[in-house]
Ligand binder design. Structure first.
Ligand code: FA5
Length: 340
């Protein structure tokens, strides 16, 4: 039996030398080491030997098995390298070819829309003021005339970082920051930025989205200035034929408060699916800065007045480009993003 093992080993090693490719190797492996391979069968018969011979034959058998397995792996590596070298020689792999180009990126549709809005307001003399995304409860609510337990807080629930820190629900807290920084100068700024809300994500609502806040503070600023500014915005963004409608509304930080609508860009006011057959589309919440808010910003409401407005960025872009689902904006699907 020991003799037989040695013969099998020598024979197997010689025949391995003839294996030139994967198929030969597979065949070799099957015939010596496979389930019904010659070595396997021989080792299986060790059990039939007299008891005293078994340990020595078993040891030698395992030795041969390990030797054949190692030789097989080594031959496989040699064959693999040889076939790679052959392919290279034949030019099948041209390593000098340039890689696949990734292509340059471009600005996201939100950034493009944001820049368009900023440019329109820049022409009207508004500066850009950036305020932080992480705000205090005091700035996001309290100083905007919403003390703790004010029911309006429910409309703007958010993600809390601690008992007093949160992700801002609107860009309005920037009003307080800019007033405190600029007093006693007149102010004309827009505050673009990301807002966060703890709310159901739907085709129209995201839990993260952009807003642009507007704030003008000066002597003798009236509602007419606000309406003129929003009319100009609508006409620059959606075409010179647009008209504006003003509705009464409520925000704790403006008095009086309004919603500004423009005639529907699709049906021109006739009524369609986009405007829900009303003929009008909402563009911003707005109003005259509440005296309490002016005072919290350091401005005396008996001497100063101001207007403020807040608009979304994704929703105007949806209207402009006919996008029917806000979730597409941040879904990272290049087939969508490449269209803009
Ligand atoms: C506000 O956030 C007020 N701060 C606006 C304001 C500012 C009023 C200054 C008066 C003076 P509102 O919650 O309606 O209001 O949001 C304003 C705009 O943000 C909406 O018209 C909409 O365009 C956008 N918006 C609000 N929630 C979402 C949302 N979940 N997803 C996408 N856009 C949203």
């Amino acid at each position: 039996m020991l003799e037989q093992l040695s013969q099998l080993e020598a024979e197997a090693l010689t025949s391995l030398e003839d294996a030139e490719d994967e198929a030969d190797l597979e065949e070799w492996h099957r015939s010596y080491l496979g389930r019904r391979g010659r070595l396997t069968l021989l080792l299986r018969s060790v059990g039939d030997l007299p008891k005293e011979e078994r340990p020595a034959v078993g040891r030698r058998g395992n030795q041969v098995k390990r030797a054949l397995e190692a030789a097989y792996e080594a031959r496989r590596e040699t064959v693999r390298r040889a076939s790679l070298a052959r392919l290279l020689a034949e030019g099948a792999v041209d390593v000098t070819l340039p890689g696949r180009p990734t292509g340059p990126g471009h600005l996201h549709i939100t950034t493009q829309t944001l820049r368009e809005i900023i440019a329109i307001f820049a022409e009207m003399g508004f500066q850009v003021y950036e305020a932080p995304d992480v705000e205090t409860d005091e700035m996001n609510f309290g100083l905007l005339n919403m003390p703790p337990h004010h029911p309006a807080r429910d409309m703007w629930d958010t993600f809390w970082i601690s008992d007093t820190l949160l992700l801002r629900t609107h860009t309005s807290p920037g009003q307080i920051r800019v007033m405190r920084e600029r007093y006693p100068e007149p102010i004309r700024v827009i505050l673009p930025g990301k807002c966060y809300r703890y709310e159901q994500v739907t085709a129209r609502s995201e839990h993260q989205f952009y807003q642009v806040e507007g704030l003008a503070v000066g002597h003798g600023i009236t509602m007419t200035d606000l309406i003129g500014t929003l009319t100009q915005l609508a006409r620059r963004l959606y075409g010179p034929e647009r008209s504006i409608r003003i509705r009464g509304s409520y925000f704790p930080f403006t008095e009086p408060s309004i919603e500004a609508d423009m005639d529907c860009i699709l049906c021109g006011g006739e009524g369609c699916r986009v405007c829900k057959y009303s003929g009008w589309l909402e563009i911003a919440g707005a109003g005259m800065v509440h005296p309490v808010v002016l005072r919290n910003g350091g401005y005396d409401p008996d001497e100063w007045s101001g207007f403020a407005f807040g608009m979304g960025v994704e929703r105007p872009a949806m209207l402009k480009y006919g996008i029917d689902d806000i979730r597409l904006f941040y879904g990272s699907d290049l087939r969508f993003l490449r269209q803009f």
